[in-house]
Design a protein around this ligand. Structure first.
Ligand SMILES: CC(C)(COP(=O)(O)OP(=O)(O)OC[C@H]1O[C@@H](n2cnc3c(N)ncnc32)[C@H](O)[C@@H]1OP(=O)(O)O)[C@@H](O)C(=O)NCCC(=O)NCCS
Length: 173
């Protein structure tokens, strides 16, 4: 299916009724892009719906979905550490748009909505990690104001190779 124009998509928070489509999209992401996510397909393919519901999260954590009609075609999450001294941070995780719906502005809308959510929750900074070399994602975050503050060497191990991650942050006013 060809990408629709931007206004044809809807972004909303996912809940219990979305677990199965969320699971399908998340596993599709891990299978197709092992180099950009911290979790592996093999690990998550074994999890049941209750685990995926836990991943969708409760406030202050949240997962947003982008819908083309009733079809879930994009996901992105925000997690907030539970520790008292780290609760001012939000961490963006699991950003994924299925291939047929890319370059329609969905990832931008998803991440913008997470930033708005972070502001509403009075968070001070939003952080994320991008595999070095993932230019589409890096450009997406850079255009939204994220800046690189470090490189984590050997961040991901995939079979016998290691990938570095660029650590990016957006300080909220
Ligand atoms: C990265 C990804 C999420 C982008 O999703 P998308 O919905 O196509 O992105 P958008 O249409 O919202 O694009 C927003 C900006 O990102 C950048 N971008 C997105 N795709 C790009 C590409 N293929 N090449 C260069 N820049 C790209 C652009 O700056 C773009 O803005 P512009 O179109 O005004 O130039 C998507 O390609 C994807 O799911 N990739 C695989 C998983 C992944 O890498 N996830 C991120 C993990 S950190």
């Amino acid at each position: 299916m060809a990408a629709l124009n931007t206004s044809s998509y809807r972004i909303r928070r996912l809940g219990a009724a979305d677990v199965q489509p969320y699971r399908a999209v998340r596993l599709d992401a891990l299978l197709r892009h092992p180099e950009v996510f911290g979790s592996s397909y093999d690990e998550e393919a074994q999890l049941d719906d209750a685990e995926f519901l836990r991943m969708i999260g409760q406030p202050p954590n949240c997962t947003l979905g982008a819908f083309a009609g009733i079809e879930l075609v994009g996901i992105a999450g925000l997690t907030v550490p539970v520790r008292q001294k780290q609760r001012h941070k939000g961490i963006i995780v699991g950003v994924y748009v299925v291939a047929e719906h890319r370059r329609a502005g969905l990832a931008r809308r998803l991440v913008e909505a997470l930033i708005a959510q972070a502001r509403q929750s009075s968070l001070r900074v939003v952080e994320l990690a991008v595999t070095v070399g993932n230019q589409p994602a890096r450009r997406l975050y850079y255009r939204l104001g994220f800046r690189t503050y470090g490189i984590e060497r050997f961040a991901l191990a995939i079979n016998d190779s290691y990938l570095d991650e660029e650590l990016m942050a957006l300080v909220l006013g």
